[in-house]
Design a protein around this ligand. Structure first.
Ligand code: RBF
Length: 168
C-alpha cells in the first residue's frame, strides 16, 4: 500500500458551471493519450463544467505542448489549461531534453499569463508505466488514470483564478 498521491478532490466545485477549460494534448503515444483525455473529460464534467465549455486542441508531440498551450490561452479566453502528453524513455537522450524543455515551458506560460497550466505529462521509463498511469493497465495491474486527478485540479485552479481576477 502506497501513501503517494493527491488527497481526495473536493466533492463540490461551486461556480464550475461558468468556467471555460482548455485541454491541449500531444498525439505521440496515442493509446495512452486518448485514455488520459477521456479521464480528464470525465472529472471535468463531474465537477460541473458543461461539455461545450471544454475546448480541445492537439499538437504533434510533447515538445509542442508549450506553444499549443500558449495559443489556447491567447485565443480562447480559458480559465485554466490542462496540457497532456506522454514521453516514454527510449535509448537516446530525447526523453531528457523533451521532458525538461516542455515542463519548464509549461510552468513559464502559467506564471507569465497568470492562467493556471495543469501538468498532465507522463514522463515514464517504460510502456507498462504509461499504460498503468493512464488507467489502461498491463500485466494484471489495472493502474489508475491520473488524468482524473488532473481534471479536478484544472477546475480547482480555474476557480481560484476567477476569484483572484475579481479581487484585482
Ligand atoms: N513526443 C512525445 O510526446 N512523446 C515521446 O515519447 C516522444 N519521443 C520522441 C522521440 C524521438 C527520438 C523524437 C525525434 C521525437 C519524440 N517525440 C515525442 C516528438 C516530439 O515531442 C516532437 O513532436 C517532435 O520532435 C517534433 O518537434
Amino acid at each position: 500500500m502506497s501513501i503517494k498521491g493527491p488527497a481526495p478532490a473536493p466533492t463540490s466545485f461551486p461556480g464550475a458551471e461558468k468556467l471555460r477549460i482548455g485541454i491541449v494534448h500531444a498525439r505521440w503515444n496515442i493509446e495512452v493519450i486518448e485514455s488520459l483525455v477521456k479521464g480528464a473529460l470525465e472529472s471535468i464534467a463531474k465537477a460541473g463544467v458543461p461539455s461545450e465549455c471544454v475546448l480541445i486542441e492537439s499538437v504533434p508531440g510533447t515538445w509542442e505542448l508549450p506553444i499549443g498551450t500558449q495559443h489556447m490561452i491567447a485565443s480562447q479566453a480559458v480559465d485554466a489549461v490542462l496540457s497532456i502528453g506522454c514521453v516514454i524513455k527510449g535509448s537516446t537522450m530525447h526523453f531528457e531534453y523533451i521532458c525538461d524543455a516542455a515542463l519548464h515551458g509549461l510552468m513559464r506560460i502559467g506564471l507569465e499569463t497568470k492562467v493556471p497550466v495543469i501538468l498532465g505529462v507522463l514522463t515514464v521509463l517504460s510502456e507498462d508505466q504509461a499504460l498503468e498511469r493512464a488507467g489502461i493497465g498491463r500485466q494484471g495491474k489495472a493502474g489508475h488514470n491520473h488524468a482524473l486527478d488532473w481534471g479536478f485540479a484544472a477546475v480547482e485552479m480555474a476557480l481560484k483564478n476567477r476569484k483572484q481576477q475579481k479581487l484585482t
